[in-house]
Structures are given as structure tokens and as C-alpha cells.
Ligand binder design. Structure first.
Ligand SMILES: CC(C)(COP(=O)(O)OP(=O)(O)OC[C@H]1O[C@@H](n2cnc3c(N)ncnc32)[C@H](O)[C@@H]1OP(=O)(O)O)[C@@H](O)C(=O)NCCC(=O)NCCS
Length: 177
């Protein structure tokens, strides 16, 4: 199924498009603070963001990858991204998310991910989802707890394309069909 457009009270969740490159680069890809605990590394060159968007455009029609641009309804600003995808490494669906720094602390991630999980349950019939995060990044763990995820185990958490290893946790959410 193609990545759809979803909506919450404050947000539009939509597939990315080529016109998003500059906003993605300025809002979060070029910010090392946002990238610190992510699997990816921050982009010091907008060409890398272009490559990232090209990759995401290829994923839009795939059945195991649903990435959404998070857009504020009120201002039409692109503020971050959330996704659910099938991760072979954990043999399960997994979530990921990040916002530009100036949008942290307003509840937007939880609001977006609740809707993405609703979509995954109702449309994709997903019954289990994993979330992994660094222990030094409790904000991410808080989001997962608010979504109903429960602690599963401690893990080695690889950040920045595997260049940094941190102590991490794996959480899991069990859903009813
Ligand atoms: C982790 C991250 C995505 C959290 O984003 P966020 O939008 O700030 O997270 P939340 O949805 O939990 O919102 C945070 C706070 O907003 C507050 N808030 C303010 N207005 C609110 C509103 N209208 N509704 C709900 N919450 C609101 C809440 O108090 C909430 O904190 P609390 O639940 O502890 O009280 C963000 O910090 C980030 O992008 N970090 C860098 C990337 C990253 O680490 N990603 C995860 C890697 S595993």
C-alpha cells in the first residue's frame, strides 16, 4: 500500500516530496543535536539530504516502509518525521521519529506516532512494534511509554551509522488485531 496522508488535531502526516529538501536540511538534518541518538549522521551538505529524499521517494510505494513528513496544520511548517517500517534486524515492525529542535516539548511526536500506529494496526494489521533508544535520551523513551510500549531488554544501541555505540533499551508494543 502506498504511504497515505493522515491527519490529527494539529498535524498533517504526508509522504515526502522533492520540494521538501531545503526544509528537511534546515529543520533537522543539519543539526547534530537532533542526530546525536539517531541511526543516521547529521548532514553537513544539502546534497546528502537530496539523496535521502530520493531514497524516501522510492520507498513510498513499498509495503514495508511508511515514512511521514510531520506538518503543522496551522502554519504549514514541516517540523519533523515519523515512520514505521519492517526491520529485519529485530524481525518486527519498528518505529522511528525526530523533530526539529524548536518543536520539541509540545507533544507533537506522541500525537503523530499515535496516528501512525493507528494506521499500522487498522490498515497493515500490525500486531507488534519494537522501539529502540539510547538510555541517555529519555525523551524518546517517554514517547514510547506514552504510546503504550513496555520495556523488553537492554541493548547495544548503534548511533550515527554504527560509528557510536551507546547503552540502549528495546521496548515493545503488543496490539490487538
Ligand atoms: C525525542 C523527540 C522526538 C521527542 O519529541 P517531543 O515532540 O518533544 O515529544 P513528546 O510528544 O513526548 O512531547 C514532549 C512534551 O511536550 C509537552 N507538551 C506541551 N504541549 C503539549 C500538548 N499540547 N500536548 C501534549 N504534550 C504537550 C508534554 O509535557 C510532553 O512531555 P511529558 O509527556 O513528559 O509531559 C525529540 O526530542 C527529538 O526529535 N529528539 C531528537 C531525535 C531523537 O532522539 N529521536 C528518537 C531517537 S530513538
Amino acid at each position: 500500500m502506498k504511504t497515505p496522508i493522515l491527519e490529527t488535531d494539529r498535524l498533517i502526516l504526508r509522504p515526502f516530496n522533492t520540494a521538501d529538501v531545503q526544509d528537511v536540511f534546515c529543520c533537522w538534518e543539519s543539526d547534530a543535536d537532533v542526530a546525536k541518538y539517531m541511526f543516521w549522521s547529521s548532514h553537513n551538505d544539502i546534497e546528502k539530504t537530496k539523496e535521502w529524499i530520493s531514497f524516501e521517494l522510492e520507498q513510498i510505494s513499498k509495503n514495508d516502509w511508511y515514512r511521514f513528513a510531520i506538518v503543522l496544520k496551522e502554519t504549514n511548517e514541516l517540523i519533523g518525521t515519523g515512520l514505521i517500517y519492517y526491520e529485519d534486524e529485530v524481525s518486527c515492525w519498528e518505529i522511528g521519529y525526530n523533530l526539529g529542535k524548536k518543536y520539541w516539548g509540545k507533544g507533537y511526536t506522541t500525537e503523530a506516532m499515535k496516528e501512525i500506529i493507528r494506521f499500522a494496526v487498522q490498515e497493515l494489521h500490525v500486531t507488534e512494534i519494537v522501539g529502540r533508544f539510547a538510555k541517555e535520551n529519555p525523551n524518546s523513551g517517554n514517547v514510547m511509554q506514552k504510546l503504550g510500549f513496555k520495556y523488553e531488554k537492554d541493548i547495544d544501541y548503534e548511533c550515527n551509522n554504527g560509528t557510536i555505540h551507546r547503552n540502549g533499551m528495546q521496548y515493545r508494543l503488543y496490539l490487538k488485531c
